[in-house]
Design a protein around this ligand. Structure first.
Ligand SMILES: [Zn+2]
Length: 421
């Protein structure tokens, strides 16, 4: 493999309104965008093995730095020469930086009062955010650990994913402006330290493979802070040339209206030639469609597998008709940016398989779905039984379906956008 082909590359292939079609090249293969990335927190997409994940047509999966650092630990990952070999997955992978855990364990520092009210005082001692990093107690055994930007990069080098993230503080929306500004300045300092640590190691993993580093735009729901962060992460004010741009924060993916607002504030500052990753977005099918039409390329969320385990299964189809009909007037901007809809007879596009009405329903989950579960003839009736009896095969069959639905949505959107002239 030549030096060039083993590096990271993103090519933008088409733009329709704000929606984009692109292709990422990584040392472990190509990824067509837009793309949904299933989440494999502990180097496992819960209840699925690597063959199952591949069968869902997943092109890239995500693993979590904080969790892999605690278990199995970097020594074991070193022993396997990285997470790809460890979990027998030879396709592209992305790791977060552990920054989200800073947020979830350290939230009390900005909303202490709220936590005390909730009687959640135990959490108060779990994490301490300082200028140089975060000290936290393991959720497993209470042992103390410190993450600094350099440490977050080193752990991600030991994990060996194709795309890694800078260490940041995921800012809660309710943070007062003064704290938000302070936090953002720190996130920017940490981003520079991550960038320098990445450069110091030749941008390579512990095993010599190229790792793309993404910068994360934070700033909560403060438009001026979001814009400041966008200017920093895109290199305008920092001079840092990240391989991709992520947008993080409590709102992203959780509140789609807020997500749209954030994108509106920063969109003009984002370079077209870099991939745009909406972190934690992709709970509902319509969320993915909305985010693609906001101009994002990459998405991840634990929602599809978590919902599957809880009996909530996606059923529906994308309706492109409105947009196809409107495309007759090609010069009309509104027509080309018209958004398809995920149409379902169920609220939020999900049925609840535990409902007694499915006990005798012999249909597959979804006629429109080409996943293993639907195409092999498993009925709603059988899945209802497996779910009610908590049979282990339920979790696998249900997760395969929900993951495939989300990946198929990004595939269908890609094809649809490509067909536009
Ligand atoms: Zn299916």
């Amino acid at each position: 493999m030549s030096q060039q082909s083993s590096r990271f590359k993103f090519s933008l292939e088409k733009v329709v309104g704000k929606a984009r079609v692109g292709r990422m090249h990584t040392p472990h293969g190509e990824v067509e965008t837009p793309i949904f990335m299933p989440v494999g927190t502990l180097a496992s997409v819960k209840s699925l093995d690597s063959g199952d994940i591949e069968a869902t047509q997943a092109q890239i999966i995500l693993a979590n730095t904080y969790h892999l650092y605690l278990r199995p630990g970097t020594k074991i990952l070193n022993h396997h020469q990285g997470v790809h070999n460890f979990m027998n997955w030879q396709k592209p992978m992305l790791t977060d930086s552990g920054g989200f855990q800073v947020f979830s364990l350290g939230k009390q520092l900005v909303s202490k009062a709220a936590l005390i009210q909730e009687g959640n005082q135990a959490k108060l001692k779990q994490a301490q955010i300082k200028e140089d990093g975060v000290t936290f107690s393991s959720h497993l055994d209470g042992s103390k650990h410190t993450f600094t930007p350099e440490k977050a990069i080193q752990i991600q080098r030991d994990i060996g994913a194709d795309i890694i993230m800078n260490f940041d503080e995921c800012l809660p929306d309710d943070a007062p402006e003064q704290y938000a500004k302070q936090s953002l300045d720190r996130t920017h300092r940490w981003a520079r330290q991550c960038f320098e640590a990445w450069e110091a190691h030749g941008r390579l993993s512990t095993y010599g493979t190229y790792q793309a580093l993404f910068g994360i735009i934070q700033g909560g729901m403060h438009p001026e802070l979001r814009r400041e962060s966008a200017e920093f992460m895109t290199g305008r004010t920092s001079g840092l040339n990240f391989d991709g741009i992520a947008v993080g924060g409590e709102t992203i993916g959780y509140n789609m209206e807020g997500t749209g607002q954030v994108m509106e504030w920063i969109e003009e500052l984002l370079p077209a030639e870099k991939p745009r990753y909406a972190m934690g977005l992709g709970r509902d099918p319509q969320d993915l469609i909305d985010a693609v039409y906001l101009g994002f390329d990459m998405f991840d969320c634990v929602g599809p597998t978590r919902l599957a385990r809880n009996g909530s299964l996606y059923v529906g189809e994308i309706d492109f008709k409105q947009s196809t009909g409107a495309s007759r007037e090609k010069t009309d901007h509104r027509a080309t940016s018209h958004k398809p809809e995920f149409v379902s007879q169920y609220p939020n596009g999900r049925l609840n398989i535990g409902n007694i009405k499915f006990a005798t329903d012999n249909r597959p989950l979804s006629k429109a779905c080409d996943c293993y579960t639907c195409s092999q003839g498993y009925t709603r009736s059988y899945l209802h039984h497996l779910y009610r009896t908590k049979e282990l095969s339920y979790y696998r069959l249900a997760s395969i379906h929900n993951v495939r639905v989300m990946i198929k949505i990004t595939e269908d959107l890609r094809l649809h956008l490509q067909s536009k002239t």
